[in-house]
Design a protein around this ligand. Structure first.
Ligand code: SF4
Length: 248
């Protein structure tokens, strides 16, 4: 069901001819915000890459990987690094979020993209599930990682979604925040166990939900306990503002 098959690389001297499997790009034509995590509310451009190495049942971007429901010929295109850099450069917005799916499946081809974006004055924020250690070349000034390990309760086996060596690489990078989706107090207890076991900090909690009503209800359930643990709390601004419309 997943489509994490390798993408043929097409190297050029500076990598600009490499092509990435892209699901969608948005934020230039119709401006938007980063909706989650440490940069919530910041104007942002989004490059959503296709494919994932997990199959979470609660995934809200199944069009990046679940070919039993979606057609990969319609849901993904190959776009060159040069094309993506030109697209981002056409906007004055300084933050580029590279998300998925799981973007680090394609990290070899992401190195020239990140180099070009940061050389052009952009900041880059990766959204990753934390199962793949980032390449050293991605540990550059202007690059941050929002690492979102998935719990059993999100519909994936933690035996697959919790990869200690990869989490360790993010911890030692000093460039990561660890953002967990939660809906219950039991989720918060499990997050605490994982944070202690793997020294994950800072911890961010995000309420599960794809409607404003669900986000609000879960926020109220979790808020006191998140505050008591001295963790960070984020909403899902794009759900509240844009009703989780795709491309916002
Ligand atoms: S890791 Fe993220 S993109 Fe991949 S299946 Fe899970 S929720 Fe979806």
């Amino acid at each position: 069901m997943t489509a994490s098959e390798p993408v043929t690389d097409e190297p050029t001297a500076d990598g600009s001819g490499s092509r990435l499997m892209v699901s969608e790009c948005f934020g230039v034509e119709v401006p938007t915000f980063q909706g989650e995590g440490p940069s919530c509310g910041h104007p942002a451009l989004f490059i959503r890459l296709s494919r994932c190495n997990l199959t979470c049942t609660k995934c809200d971007t199944k069009y990046t990987w679940d070919w039993s429901q979606f057609d990969p010929r319609k849901e993904s295109t190959k776009r060159s690094v040069a094309d993506l850099v030109a697209w981002a450069a056409s906007s004055p917005v300084g933050l580029v979020v590279i998300t998925g799916g799981e973007p680090l499946i394609q990290q070899t081809r992401l190195v020239p993209l990140v180099r070009a974006l940061t050389a052009g004055g952009k900041r880059v924020e990766f959204e990753t599930n934390g199962t793949i250690a980032p390449a050293p070349e991605l540990m550059a000034d202007g690059v941050r990682f929002n690492v979102s390990p998935k719990l059993d309760s999100f519909g994936v086996k933690e035996a697959k979604s919790i990869v200690p060596d990869a989490l360790e690489a993010f911890v030692v990078s000093g460039r990561a925040a660890f953002k967990f989706v939660a809906s219950t107090m039991a989720d918060l207890d499990r997050i605490a166990e994982l944070a202690d076991a793997h020294r994950l900090a800072p911890v961010w909690v995000m309420p599960e939900g794809t409607t404003p009503e669900a986000i609000t209800a879960t926020t109220q359930v979790l808020a006191d306990s998140v505050a008591a643990r001295h963790w960070h709390f984020t909403t899902r601004l794009h759900v509240l503002a844009f009703a989780d419309t795709r491309g916002r």
